[in-house]
Design a protein around this ligand. Sequence first.
Ligand SMILES: Nc1nc(=O)c2c([nH]1)NC[C@@H]1CN(c3ccc(C(=O)N[C@@H](CCC(=O)O)C(=O)O)cc3)C=[N+]21
Length: 289
Amino acid sequence: MSAQIIDGKAVAAAQRDRIAAEVADLTAAGVQPGLAAVLVGDDPASHVYVGMKEKDCAAVGMRSLGARLPSDVTQETLHAEIDRLNEDPQVHGIIVQMPLPDHLDEVAAQDRIAPEKDVDGLHPHSQGQLMRGVPTYVPATPLGCQVLLEHYDIPLSGANVVIVGRSTLVGRPLAMLLSRKGVDATVTCCHSRTKDLAAHTRGADIVIMAVGVARMLTADMVREGAVVIDVGITRGEDGKLVGDVDFDGVAEVAGWITPVPGGVGPMTRAMLLENTLRAARTQSGQPSS
Ligand SMILES: Nc1nc(=O)c2c([nH]1)NC[C@@H]1CN(c3ccc(C(=O)N[C@@H](CCC(=O)O)C(=O)O)cc3)C=[N+]21
């Protein structure tokens, strides 16, 4: 293996330590940040993720509230629960864990969250402000990718970044984030209909995989020394997490690479805490330290 490992777990731990110190200061000033996760139904993966978020909150001294609703809940009841959290002054951030059961409208639920509590960055206000170049809350996974790249001093200005995937949660916001003035990457957004994907990825200084297709990016698709960020998390039959990158092969050619697990995933959780801390500061009128 020639690539150096981008250690998301370690960077996330450092971020959590910093956040914990800031949470302690804010709590001493009378405001304990609070995050509410709305979990509908009994999808096992969603339960695992929400459980991790609750543990993360506890680790940094934040309050966490789990709102659990049955899988047959109506859209009206879901909205009533979001309204209740919107009005609760102890709750600074709200996320609705995705995916929702098929009979529910995910977009309508996202739209229901008060923009000032939208720590997932999925409300049209958050997405629009990011598009305008004045972000409020950036979705945690794209933010985590940016913080990881900056932590390792990987040059972004003028860099050719190829993002594979165009989801609302990752690909599109990431393209906005990295092409902003001040970050200044040249971003290409590829997807399932892209012609000759390999020609794009081979031309990239940085390849970011966010499609959810296990081991899609192979060594022949990567330029020698390129930076490879893997956002994919496919659960294999053996229960193990598999990324969108064929790690063993690509690590032979890449210069830097994120592992799965231990790459972007832990950063996603840390950035959700960061967004919640910012939400608590903004809502309480406490200046940042
Ligand atoms: N409203 C909403 N917001 C989300 O941000 C959201 C969501 N819904 N639904 C599901 C996806 C997925 N997601 C992950 C978060 C952390 C890890 C993570 O920490 N992964 C660890 C390993 C975890 C394990 O072993 O299972 C890692 O990659 O090292 C993974 C995935 C957030 N999501």
